[in-house]
Ligand binder design. Structure first.
Ligand SMILES: [Zn+2]
Length: 173
């Protein structure tokens, strides 16, 4: 969603408070699906300084995922401070040059798209893995055993075994 910063454009140097919500799509992180069922909230202030808008504050939200051990649903509150500048450009940057600006957020007109920032902050704030509790014992022994057994049943295919047979035949001749 767009944050209207026209007040800051009219009064450079002055800080304006804001509260902004962003709906984030589910993310796939290391094969796990992480969802943000509620919009994340960015709260802080914005100031226009020189050619950039400075955005300061903190992001709060809740991430939902499955416990890495027992797959129970887990919610994790995230809170992360941010300080980011958005370069004010007179016109949209041409597609070809977009790579050069990857490191820098930018905006045109009087509105700033905050979704990429909110998504980046939220994903970086995620724990390395979700656990339902410190003492999670994980899946019952039987369940993990079954998985191991099925892997043992796989035939022992060696990529070079066919080649090996050919070589042995040649030696015999
Ligand atoms: Zn668990």
């Amino acid at each position: 969603m767009m944050l209207d910063v026209s007040l800051a454009l009219r009064s450079p140097g002055e800080a304006f408070p804001f509260r902004h919500e962003e709906v984030l799509p589910p993310q796939e992180v290391l094969g796990e699906e992480i969802r943000f069922d509620e919009p994340v909230v960015l709260e802080g202030s914005y100031t226009m300084a020189d050619e950039a808008l400075l955005l300061r504050g903190s992001l709060k939200g809740t991430a939902q995922a499955s416990c890495a051990r027992c797959l129970k649903p887990v919610s994790k509150a995230i809170q992360v401070p941010f300080e980011e500048s958005f370069l004010h450009t007179s016109q949209a940057l041409p597609e070809d040059d977009s790579e050069a600006w990857e490191e820098q957020f930018s905006f045109t007109g009087s509105k700033v798209e905050l979704n990429p920032l909110a998504l980046t902050l939220s994903v970086l704030a995620l724990p390395i893995r979700f656990l339902c509790g410190k003492g999670c014992e994980g899946v019952p022994e039987g369940a993990s055993q079954a998985q191991d057994d099925s892997q043992k049943d796989l035939p022992e295919a060696h990529p070079f075994s066919a080649l090996q047979q050919l070589l042995t035949k040649d030696q015999e001749v």
